[in-house]
Ligand binder design. Sequence first.
Ligand code: APR
Length: 234
Amino acid sequence: MADLQNLVILTGAGISAESGIATFRGPGGLWEGHRVEDVCTPEALARDPALVHRFYDLRRAALDMVEPNAAHHALARLDAEWPGDLLIVTQNVDDLHERAGATRLLHMHGELRSALCAACGIRERWTEALPPESECPNCGMLALRPDIVFFGEMPYQMERIEAALAEADLFVSIGTSGAVYPAAGFVQTARHYGAATLEMNLDPSGGSHWFEESRMGPASALVPAWVGELLGGG
Ligand code: APR
């Protein structure tokens, strides 16, 4: 590990599962009782904005009931102490990484505690309920929507992610099923540029065969152990 400098870490719903946030592809394939396509597509938002807004209002409010777990804290420690480049790319829309203290972090699928103006594109921190037709504080249009990247929409900061993957010595994937692109393809990009690859997940994921090393188990155990290997101590 002496020659490791640049790390890219991808996280998914599995890292927040032990904090009490449901994963997307749990038993039955429903996300909090809904089919993903009924709440997580531009078509769903156009068809039934009240349903989609209310769905994300509930998810946003639920953030008050949860806390970061040992895996989030371990990554925050790594973020604080790692001397090389590090980028945590999360698919999660919760704020548990930053509440644990991580700063070298980006939310590629948006954030629950943010609103996006469909008219002017501004992103505004938002902690309360967001009824349809809320007024944008920037342009005044009644066009605020949850700042969530729906299926069919472009994730945030793809150029920055691609650049980090191109420079990475090690790509690590934690708690993601590898079912949703482009994130599911990051392991292949990282390998293409010569990075070592490590997966930590409860079960083998859809992309497990792409990783040189796979560790199976709960993130709250695996991630602190791995960070301990990198930094020493506990
Ligand atoms: N520790 C580690 N991994 C876990 C844990 C745990 N405690 N609990 C569950 N997992 C694993 C599951 O085995 C599964 O492989 O986490 C993974 C979660 O997969 P998904 O529910 O598909 O979540 P994710 O991969 O983040 O979904 C990607 O899909 O719906 C979209 O935009 C949404 O960002 C989301 C994307």
